[in-house]
Design a protein around this ligand. Structure first.
Ligand code: NAD
Ligand code: UFG
Length: 401
């Protein structure tokens, strides 16, 4: 059911909207899209494209929505708010110059409510973020993960087919590489899974690849599918007004470190210091969420509507920085950003963790004309700005563990 729908903006308001949004957006956004002069709205790469964003109220989704708008797209968000807060969208609206976002509080597994969204809108493409992502929970409750992630995706793909919008960018993960054999990881590396969450990403990727090679009935358009495999997203909008707001105890390193820095938790537990890495702790490819958001704009612009897929219907791209950082390096960056000592304790390895994982991003660099621009220090500084301005995230302190 549609429980909330902010005013949709129609095409006639777009030039004014985009111009005012562009003027009001913060300098980092402007710099990314402007050269010497303010572009006219029709120069914007996604001018007039209507993009359905599932999971758009979430961490990566909210940052991406902002960049889609600044790139000229019209955005409609579907999210059940199971891991997000409407306040994130209110802040995106403010950052985008006071626009009203079109939003449906709908669960993607609810085929009836989802169909209503498609009946009320004509989409040019979809970015599919919606899903559950907690690895540990997926081990404890695998059915829940297959239901939300795989089941929800099936409902979505059926509607994209029925309403002839066969253009999708899918949020996959480096977790589909399973036990990494060689770093940096190329898209051609063998795939494998380590847990039910990873298995759902692997299965959904497989469904998309099968759709891409299935014969297309006459009069139907072919699929255009971009699979994005994210490495480790961190950081926040440079304003500090939107960022990552995990429910309960964070599973991921950076939000945990930030909550220690802000005084919500006493110390960081370092999961093992006996890995074959420079300091013995796990190494990951931490990518600024702003770079990641721009990766989605590039995927839509060059992958879905441009020539990056060449004659293919489906292709996969790594989105990372190409560089690894250890747990201790992340803690040191957080101490620098916050000016606070961050206590930590080394404990045993976490089950299922691998020693090191970082991306070869040359395919996205070359075909999507995209490259991560921000450093680990910038990302951690932006995370700190978000965390220190919003020590309890979007919700009131009493609602937070
Ligand atoms: P997030 O939890 O902040 O965002 C996901 C959003 O989807 C949330 O707003 C949640 O309320 C919504 N959602 C969940 N189930 C839904 C359902 N059944 N129907 C409608 N909405 C639903 O997570 P995120 O970090 O922004 O991740 C976005 C996507 O990227 C996810 O698919 C995730 O698996 C993938 N990913 C994330 C990471 C990461 O480390 N953050 C890494 C790799 C891949
Ligand atoms: N770590 C700690 N202490 C913590 C949390 C993490 O030492 O409290 C360590 C881990 O052992 C690992 C590194 O910090 O070495 C990063 O761990 P995260 O949990 O932040 O990230 P992962 O690489 O394990 O997994 C994340 C997402 C997955 C996704 C993967 C690749 O959680 O969903 O990145 O994109 F699949």
């Amino acid at each position: 059911q549609v429980t909330s729908c902010f005013a949709c903006y129609c095409d006639c308001t777009l030039p004014l909207l985009r111009f005012s949004s562009l003027l009001l957006l913060l300098p980092p956004l402007l710099l990314l899209r402007m050269s010497a002069s303010v572009p006219s709205s029709s120069d914007l790469p996604l001018h007039g494209r209507h993009i359905l964003v599932t999971g758009g109220a979430g961490y990566i989704g909210s940052h991406t929505v902002l960049h889609l708008i600044s790139s000229g797209a019209r955005v409609t968000i579907v999210d059940n708010l199971s891991n997000s807060n409407l306040e994130a969208l209110a802040r995106v609206e403010k950052l985008a110059g006071g626009i009203k976002l079109a939003f449906y509080q709908v669960d993607i597994r609810d085929a009836v409510a989802m169909e209503k969204v498609f009946q009320e809108n004509k989409f040019d493409a979809c970015i599919h973020f919606a899903g559950l992502k907690a690895v540990g929970e997926s081990v404890a409750q695998p059915m829940k993960y297959y239901d939300h992630n795989a089941g929800g995706s099936l409902v979505l793909f059926q509607l994209l087919t029925k309403y002839d919008c066969k253009r999708i960018v899918f949020s996959s993960s480096a977790t589909v590489y399973g036990v990494v054999q060689e770093n940096p990881i190329k898209e051609t590396a063998p795939l494998g899974t380590l847990n039910p969450y990873g298995q759902t990403k692997y299965v959904i990727e497989g469904i998309l690849r099968d759709l891409a090679v299935a014969p297309v009935p006459e009069k139907e358009s072919p699929w255009k599918i971009v699979i994005l495999r994210y490495f480790n997203p961190i950081g926040a909008h440079p304003s500090g007004s939107i960022g990552e707001d995990p429910l309960g105890i964070p599973n991921n390193l950076l939000p945990f470190v930030m909550q220690v820095a802000v005084g919500r938790r006493p110390e960081v537990n370092v999961f093992g210091q006996d890995y074959p890495t420079s300091d013995g702790t796990g190494v990951r490819d931490y990518i600024h969420v702003e770079d990641l958001a721009l990766g989605h704009v590039a995927a839509i612009e060059h992958g879905i509507f441009g020539g990056a897929l060449c004659d293919k219907s489906c292709d996969s791209f790594n989105l990372g920085t190409g560089k690894g950082a250890s747990v201790l390096e992340v803690i040191a960056a957080a101490e620098k950003a916050s000016g606070k000592k961050i206590p930590y304790k080394v404990g045993p390895r976490r089950t299922g963790d691998i020693a090191a994982c970082y991306a070869d991003c040359s395919k996205a660099n070359n075909l999507l004309h995209w490259r991560a621009a921000k450093s680990l220090d910038e990302a951690v500084a932006d995370s700190w700005r978000w965390q220190s301005q919003n020590p309890h995230g979007y919700a009131a302190p009493e609602n937070k563990l």
